[in-house]
Design a protein around this ligand. Structure first.
Ligand SMILES: *Cc1c(COP(=O)(O)O)cnc(C)c1O
Length: 375
């Protein structure tokens, strides 16, 4: 062994096309996890690939202190599509970096240090983001992490009200918890977080690394929650497979962000990928399609499995099936016997995050396979 490989699966993937990937032995797999929500438009989407190829030939990289058109256009596009007056963008390379920046910006802009996060939340694996992540398994070997982080129960408005005070720098929360088991928050919880942070001069950060880019049926989950936070973090689907993350924020944050920076921030190639991805999602109303197909998939799962599994929950094409037994065994059978790749979310939840371009045929295929495996 020479590499640093984690959780390697016994399937070697060679190519991809839309919702499908192909093994080196020619086997076709339906990628119902979109490789961790990273290809919302499916594998090898022509608009994204073309934009990347063109940019690659013009200019692969120039230091971030020189403006390049494609990055400026991406900034404008993100400002246009982000809710309310979230008009500023900080670009980076991953979800954890987007959250790391958001936490730094909140401390700098408020002058406070206390950060409130939620039980079962997941925000990434660098030291700051990790400190706001719930699971001990991820944290224990690396302690001590950054201090002054307090956890409140997810979806508990009273606990949120009690926790936020005038020493608070930020509340960081996923509108729907992904790694924690596909747990949607009530609008009341998110709105309470909005009111309490605004009253106390703290920043509200929505971690939309997983819920963003149309995943939940709107471009940003904050839209259905009817809340405009102070910052939205994005990554996973933002470049349809290329490594790009973003911290979107309001002016009061941008004006007081401190002195954060990163060498590769908004390189031309990833900016081109991201611009093409966002343009396609918005231009083709991919979020609306995700809402329709997601509703169809969730209803079909309910009809086929509702009596056999503990719960089916989620929004749009972010769906968790609480199978009530080892999710990994179900996932293995789905992959090896039915050619369907999906994801776990904790020990007992099968997580579906397909490309947002899937249709009812793909939904039917996964329901039929799940029924065979689970029943
Ligand atoms: C995946 C994820 C992250 C971390 O993103 P990386 O790109 O792996 O660093 C952070 N927050 C949420 C909600 C995620 O799903």
């Amino acid at each position: 062994m020479t590499g640093f490989v984690f959780n390697e699966k016994p399937i070697e993937i060679e190519s991809g096309d839309g919702a499908y990937v192909y093994g080196t032995d020619g086997t076709e797999y339906l990628d119902m996890g979109a490789s961790y929500a990273c290809v919302p438009l499916g594998h090898n989407h022509p608009a994204v690939n073309e934009a990347v190829h063109e940019q690659f030939d013009d200019l692969t990289y120039v230091q971030a202190s020189y403006p390049v058109d494609v990055r400026t256009e991406l900034y404008e596009l993100l400002a246009e599509t982000a809710p309310g007056d979230i008009d500023y963008t900080w670009l980076c390379n991953s979800g954890t970096e987007a959250n790391e920046a958001a936490l730094k910006f909140a401390r700098s802009a408020t002058g406070n240090s206390k950060i409130i996060a939620t039980m079962r939340g997941f925000h990434g694996r660098t030291m700051g983001s990790l400190a706001t992540t719930w699971k001990d398994k991820y944290k224990k070997p690396y302690e001590p992490l950054i201090g002054d982080v307090e956890f409140v129960p997810y979806d508990d408005p009273e606990a949120m009200t009690e926790a936020v005070d005038d020493d608070t720098a930020a509340v960081i929360v996923e509108p729907i918890q992904g790694e924690g088991g596909i747990n949607p928050a009530s609008e009341e919880f998110l709105q309470t977080a909005r009111v309490e942070t605004a009253t106390n001069g703290a920043a509200l950060i929505f971690d939309e690394v997983q819920t963003g880019m149309g995943r939940t049926g709107t471009l940003w989950a904050s839209e259905w929650a009817d809340v405009v936070p102070d910052m939205i973090t994005s990554a996973k689907g933002l470049g349809n497979g290329l490594p790009v993350g973003a911290t979107l924020c309001r002016e009061w944050i941008a004006e007081n962000y401190g002195s954060h920076a990163s060498t590769f921030s908004g390189g031309p190639v990833v900016s081109a990928a991201s611009k093409a991805t966002v343009e396609t999602i918005v231009g083709e109303d991919i979020a609306g399609h995700a809402a329709d197909v997601g509703a169809y998939l969730q209803e079909s799962l309910e009809d086929a499995l509702g009596d056999e599994v503990r719960e089916i929950r989620g929004e749009g094409l972010m769906i968790g099936v609480e199978v009530g037994r080892g999710a990994n065994k179900v996932l293995k059978e789905l992959a090896l016997n039915h050619g369907i790749l999906a994801l776990p979310a904790g020990r007992t939840v099968v997580r579906l995050l397909p490309p947002l371009t899937v249709g009812e045929d793909e939904a039917d295929a996964v329901v039929d396979a799940m029924a065979e495996v689970v029943l």
